[in-house]
Design a protein around this ligand. Structure first.
Ligand code: NI
Length: 163
């Protein structure tokens, strides 16, 4: 078990495009995944992506029963997802005030699609797929964004200035 330091906005690893995992079932991958889980749970995150602990590989973890950081969020099944991909299954989008362990003390509205299909691999290299709606979809999309160097403020919909 290892709780790792979470990199904060400004760290170059957070803006990089991460590379796919090529070797599954390795001790390095296993310990990376355990560190992601331990760190996310310790920080009460809804999810975490490998670049947030300084590893630019396409590995994400998301899911929670209850998070004091987001008391209103409905539970999302705990999932480790490697080399994830997704497609959008709806035209509908919703707004939610997002935060991120890498962006301390800041939240803002982000608009995202409400229904997706996603797929990828588990630690052993088995492909699996699932569908997600609402908060579950949002968590998957937020974490996949991290793998492409995107932090949620870069997706925020700001309102126009008014006099
Ligand atoms: Ni995040």
């Amino acid at each position: 078990m290892a709780i790792r330091e979470v990199l904060k906005i400004g760290a170059p690893e957070l803006f990089a495009v991460s590379r796919p995992v090529e070797e599954f079932n390795s001790p390095e991958l296993k310990s990376l995944i355990q560190d992601l889980i331990d760190t996310a749970k310790h920080e009460n995150g809804l999810g975490i992506a490998a670049p947030q602990i300084g590893v630019n590989l396409r590995v994400i973890y998301f899911g929670f029963e209850y998070s004091p950081r987001y008391p209103d969020a409905k539970p999302v099944p705990e999932t480790v997802l490697i080399n994830p991909e997704f497609e959008v299954l709806t035209d509908e989008q919703s707004d939610y005030e997002e935060g991120c362990l890498s962006v301390p003390n800041y939240r803002t509205m982000v608009t995202r699609y409400t229904h997706i299909r996603y797929w990828g691999y588990d630690q052993q290299g088995n492909r699996f797929e699932s569908q997600a709606r609402d908060m579950h979809a949002r968590a998957v999309l937020h974490e996949i964004d991290h793998l492409d160097g995107i932090l949620f403020p870069m997706r925020a919909a700001f309102t126009r200035m008014s006099k």
